[in-house]
Design a protein around this ligand. Structure first.
Ligand SMILES: C[S@@+](CC[C@H](N)C(=O)[O-])C[C@H]1O[C@@H](n2cnc3c(N)ncnc32)[C@H](O)[C@@H]1O
Length: 394
């Protein structure tokens, strides 16, 4: 690649497993044509400017990769030789810093760190040959970034244009217990099909991630408006004029008021403090009503919308018997207080989910890190239609 800022290439927007359908929708909504959806991401064709746009706007993506080269490598020596042939001097500045990450499923590789190390060596050795100087490299994702995907004997080399993952949206300065990663919270809201006009209620809000993501969506605040450093800024040929112009355009789209009411509640005052702090970092504190209370007494708007609860599910937190009561009370709360609402529970514990005592109309699959989770949907009719409450069958 002679100049990454004047090339068109394949872009692979990576995401955690089970998030791709939501990422797909986001990418289509940005006006792009998708070439392929895979379980771990979306392929499209574009330029580095498109990568900048995607980094700034996407809520559910993990990172944006710009394809450089593919080749066959039987082992780490082949990998080294092929990596060294790439014109890295056109990609990474000679006085710059870079990091390498890799995925390898190759029978000769036992240590998953080895391909990244050999890639680093190959790039550094090429620089020594050309400039007689070794570039700085390390694990820190603050500069240029390279990503190697090695499946059997096929290697794909990418410029990682994100660096630190973009599934963290940068506003969570005060985490509380077991916070959801922001990209997952955004995907959960997209899965709920909330229309951004009706109320959005998030009892057990913890550090506020779901309510904050909902407010950012409703107010059209792109996650990139909060973040200042991306790996694409550390590539040869980068000029900040395009980035500044794009950010300005996104800023102009931000709404100061929204039609929907967003409510976040938690019984722990420290959680509410954290949620308020994080919401203010995200610029949405004025759009959320915070209530410090038990979830059973959360004050809900009459006109129905969406309720999403992410309770503790025992994997990391919470006592089992107390949790069983909490899950049972969630079912009662939905029945008594949330008539007409679409209610959702995000949980990684199917046994506890049975205690809710309502029949889920959908069970949407997610992972929270490595925990197999479900977003359970309960449609609460408002009494004018036949009520659907049945014995526990979740
Ligand atoms: C798993 S955390 C939620 C994490 C949140 N989704 C986030 O991203 O930060 C569960 C939260 O439920 C709250 N909680 C537990 N029992 C509650 C209850 N009975 N009433 C209100 N909040 C409760 C806890 O204080 C905790 O903040």
């Amino acid at each position: 690649m002679s100049d990454p800022f004047n090339s068109t290439s394949e872009i692979f927007v990576a995401c955690p497993i089970r998030i791709a359908p939501y990422l797909y929708k986001e990418i289509i909504n940005l006006g792009y044509t998708v070439e392929e959806e895979t379980p771990t991401g979306i392929k499209l064709i574009g330029t580095m400017q498109d990568c900048i746009r995607l980094n700034l706007s996407l809520r559910t993506a993990y990172r944006v990769l710009f394809f450089v080269k593919k080749f066959y490598a039987r082992n780490a020596n082949d990998l080294y030789k092929e990596i060294r042939k790439i014109e890295w001097e056109n990609i990474i500045p000679n006085d710059g810093y870079f990091t390498v990450q890799s995925f390898a499923n190759n029978e000769t590789i036992n240590d998953s760190r080895f391909p990244a190390l050999r890639t680093k060596d190959a790039i550094a050795d090429r620089f020594v040959e050309i400039y007689r100087k070794r570039p700085n490299s390390g694990a820190e994702k603050s500069g240029a970034a390279v990503y190697i995907h090695w499946e059997e004997e096929q290697v794909n080399v990418y410029i990682d244009t994100s660096g630190a993952t973009i599934s963290k949206h940068g506003y969570r300065k005060m985490p509380f217990k077991a916070p959801m990663i922001e990209g997952l919270a955004a995907a959960t809201i997209l899965a709920s099909e909330w229309n951004m006009l009706t109320p959005f209620v998030n009892p057990m809000c913890g550090s506020g991630t779901l309510a904050i993501e909902a407010a950012m969506m409703a107010a059209n605040i792109a996650p990139g408006l909060i973040r200042d450093n991306y790996a694409f800024m550390h590539l040869v040929g980068y000029e900040d004029s395009f980035f500044i112009k794009e950010r300005l355009a996104l800023k102009k789209l931000v709404k100061t008021t929204i039609p929907s009411k967003i409510i976040a509640s938690d019984h722990n005052g420290m959680a509410i403090d954290a949620a308020k702090h994080n919401a203010s970092e995200a610029g949405v504190a004025h759009l959320i009503e915070f209530q410090e209370c038990d979830f059973r007494t959360t004050k809900i708007e009459e006109n129905a919308g969406v309720v999403i609860i992410n309770p503790e599910y025992g994997a990391r937190l919470g006592d089992q018997t107390e949790l069983e009561n909490t899950y049972k009370s969630m079912g009662d709360f939905f029945k008594q207080n949330c008539k007409g609402y679409h209610c959702f529970v995000f949980t990684g514990n199917p046994e506890l989910a049975k205690k809710i005592g309502l029949k889920a109309s959908r069970k949407i699959e997610f992972y929270n890190s490595t925990i197999d989770c479900r977003l359970l949907k309960f449609e609460m009719y408002d009494g004018t239609k036949r009520e659907r409450f049945k014995e526990p069958t979740v």
